[in-house]
Design a protein around this ligand. Sequence first.
Ligand SMILES: [Zn+2]
Ligand SMILES: [Zn+2]
Length: 217
Amino acid sequence: MLQLKSFTFNPFMENTYLLYDETREAVIFDPGCFEKYEQKELSDFIENEELELKMLINTHCHIDHVLGNAFVKRKYGVPLYLHQKEQPVLKSVTSYASNYGFAGYEESHPDYFISETDRIKFGNSSLEIRFVPGHSPGHLVFFHQETGICIAGDTLFQGSIGRTDLPGGDHDTLLNAIRTEMFSLPDTTKVYPGHGPMTNIAFEKEHNPFVGKRARF
Ligand SMILES: [Zn+2]
Ligand SMILES: [Zn+2]
């Protein structure tokens, strides 16, 4: 059975997710841990649960989602996976990290590019990939059929959507991608976003003010 553990890291209150199954193999999404105590919270959990981390995956590469990339790569020796269109986004973090107060930000580099035609496989688990650009040009979302868990990054939030005013963002692209790629997931899909509480597809179809039935924006 696939299990999910969430952490909330850094001043952006970014949600980092670990998925793991009965084999104890695990993947981590968007490690936002920057401070030592945040890194320890993550590594203590991995140690206590006796997990074997296999992959590091970025849904997209804004600073709040990649602050812990270098730490995770170094500590666990895992490869970094992301969409090719996020490579320049990741690269640019180096130039603005100190403006946001993250002096000492350590660069990381992708090992593999992934896209919606791939699957993420670890232990006995397999995740589908959806391409949901608009918040960021190469944003990916990950879906586990059997449990209905969806790692959504900054696409769809409870009652909101990702901002589109950052470089590479586009409002209409995001609305369209959510409607086609995320609203085609089962209504019961549990959406775990990059910020804030989880939600589900049925609720957002009904109530989301941007992409729901009675969208106002
Ligand atoms: Zn973002
Ligand atoms: Zn974010």
